[in-house]
Design a protein around this ligand. Structure first.
Ligand SMILES: C[S@@+](CC[C@H](N)C(=O)[O-])C[C@H]1O[C@@H](n2cnc3c(N)ncnc32)[C@H](O)[C@@H]1O
Length: 396
C-alpha cells in the first residue's frame, strides 16, 4: 500500500522543471503520461472523457476567451464575484465554468474562492499568438465533429487526392468554392489568425538551429557568397530568425531569404525582421528565383499537399540547385511505420491534413519515394525535436 502511495506521490511531483530544459525528454514524458492515463482508465471512464468531458472543456475555454477572462486574471487572488463583475457574467455561471478551468489548469484556486492566473491563462492573455488558435479551431473542430462523419459516409469513407474534393470545403459549408484552402482561408478572413497562431506555436517550440548540426551540414562547404538558406513558404520567418540568432555573430554576412505569399510577408515585415533576412514574394509552384543557394529549406509545407502538388513544389525548389553544392532540407514529421508508435497528436494531425488539404503525414518510406520521384537523392534524416526531423536530399 505504502509503495502505491509513493508511486502516486512521485507522479504528482513531476513537472516541467523535472526535465531541466531537456525538451525531447519532456515531450516524451507527455506521451508516456497520456499512455499511462489510458492504461488506468476503465472503458466507461474513457467514453465519458471523450464524448462528454472534452467537448465541454473546449466550450468552457471558448467562453472564457469570449468574455476575456484571461485578461481579468492576474497573480493577485480574486473572488468569483469580482471576476463575474469584470467579465459581465453571472456569478453562479462563472463559478461552474471556473471549476472546469481549474480542473484543466487554465486557472488556479489558491484558497477557497480565490483565483489566480496560470502559465496557460497568461499565454492566452496575449491577443496574438496561441489565443488565435481558439478563434480558428474551435469553430472548425465543432464543424468537423458535426459534418465529418456525414462527409465520409457520402464519399465512401476515403480521402481523395484531388484537392478540389477536400473535406474542409464541405465541412465549412463551402462545397462549391473553387480555389484551394489557402485562398479559402483568405476569403473567410482566417489567414491572419492562422499565421498569428502558427507563429505563437513556433515561438513556444524549441529553436531548430541549436538542435541540428548547422555547422557541419550547412556552413561547412558554403562558398561564403551564395544565399545560405532559402525558406520556402516560411510564414512569418520564425525558423529563419532562429537560424539568424545562431549564426549572426560568426557569419554576419550570410544571406537568408524568406519566401511566402505577399500578404503573409507583409504581416511578417510588420512584426519585425532580423537584419539578415530578406523577404521575397514567391509562389512555390513557380521556378525558384534564387539560383545556387546552399540550401532550399521548408518547414511544414510539403505535408500540406498531396503527392502530385508536393512533387511540383519539390521540382521548383530543385530548379535553383547547383549539383554537388545545393541541398534540400525538409523539416517535417516522420510518421512511424507502426501504428503503436504513433502519438495520438500526430495521428490526428495526419487526419487534419487529409481533411483540409487531401494531404498526409508521410512515413520515411513515403518521403524517400516522394523525393526519388522528382529525381532527388534521399540522404537521410535527423531528429530535431519530438517527431520533427530534418530530411536531407541532394541532386544525384
Ligand atoms: C503550414 S504553413 C508553414 C509556415 C512556416 N514554414 C512554419 O512552419 O511556420 C504553410 C505556408 O505555406 C504558404 N503557402 C501556401 N501556398 C503557397 C504558395 N503557393 N506559394 C508560397 N507559399 C505558400 C502559406 O502562406 C503558409 O505560410
Amino acid at each position: 500500500m505504502a509503495s502505491r502511495h509513493n508511486l502516486i506521490e512521485t507522479l504528482d511531483s513531476i513537472n516541467k522543471s523535472t526535465f531541466d530544459g531537456d525538451e525531447n525528454s519532456r515531450a516524451a514524458a507527455t506521451i508516456a503520461a497520456k499512455k499511462l492515463f489510458q492504461r488506468l482508465e476503465a472503458p466507461w471512464e474513457r467514453m465519458y472523457e471523450e464524448v462528454l468531458v472534452q467537448p465541454m472543456r473546449m466550450m468552457a475555454v471558448k467562453i472564457a476567451s469570449d468574455v476575456k477572462l484571461w485578461a481579468c486574471l492576474d497573480s493577485m487572488p480574486q473572488t468569483c464575484a469580482q471576476l463575474a463583475q469584470k467579465t459581465g457574467t453571472d456569478k453562479g455561471f462563472l463559478q461552474r465554468i471556473l471549476r472546469v478551468l481549474v480542473a484543466m489548469t487554465y486557472v488556479e484556486e489558491t484558497d477557497l474562492d480565490a483565483y489566480v492566473e496560470t502559465e496557460l491563462s497568461k499565454t492566452l492573455k496575449e491577443p496574438e499568438g496561441l489565443s488565435r488558435g481558439l478563434d480558428v479551431y474551435c469553430m472548425a473542430s465543432l464543424k468537423q465533429i458535426e459534418h465529418g462523419p456525414e462527409f465520409f459516409r457520402r464519399t465512401g469513407y476515403k480521402i481523395s487526392e484531388d484537392m478540389s474534393q477536400a473535406a474542409c470545403k464541405w465541412v465549412m459549408g463551402m462545397p462549391e468554392y473553387e480555389g484551394g484552402i489557402w485562398e479559402m482561408m483568405d476569403e473567410i478572413g482566417w489567414t491572419p489568425k492562422f499565421n498569428s497562431f502558427l507563429s505563437g506555436m513556433r515561438t513556444s517550440q524549441p529553436s531548430w538551429a541549436p538542435l541540428w548540426p548547422v555547422k557541419e551540414k550547412l556552413l561547412d562547404g558554403w562558398d561564403g557568397k551564395s544565399v545560405l538558406l532559402v525558406d520556402v513558404g516560411g510564414g512569418k520567418g520564425r525558423d529563419l530568425s532562429n537560424l539568424a540568432a545562431t549564426i549572426d555573430e560568426t557569419h554576419p554576412g550570410a544571406r537568408l531569404v524568406l519566401q511566402d505569399r505577399p500578404s503573409v510577408l507583409e504581416e511578417a515585415k510588420a512584426s519585425g525582421m532580423h537584419r539578415q533576412i530578406e523577404t521575397m514574394p514567391h509562389d512555390f509552384f513557380q521556378p525558384n528565383p534564387v539560383h545556387g543557394a546552399r540550401a532550399y529549406f521548408e518547414h511544414a509545407v510539403v505535408h500540406d499537399w498531396p503527392d502530385k502538388e508536393a512533387r511540383q513544389i519539390l521540382m521548383q525548389m530543385k530548379s535553383g540547385m547547383l549539383p554537388g553544392y545545393g541541398k534540400i532540407l525538409l523539416m517535417e514529421t516522420i510518421m512511424p511505420a507502426r501504428a503503436k508508435n504513433v502519438d495520438s497528436k500526430l495521428a490526428c494531425i495526419d487526419m487534419q491534413m487529409g481533411m483540409n488539404f487531401c494531404a498526409l503525414e508521410r512515413t520515411e518510406e513515403q518521403w524517400k519515394a516522394l523525393l526519388e520521384s522528382v529525381g532527388l537523392r534521399y540522404v537521410g534524416h535527423q531528429p530535431v525535436y519530438g517527431n520533427t526531423c530534418m530530411i536531407e536530399a541532394e541532386l544525384p
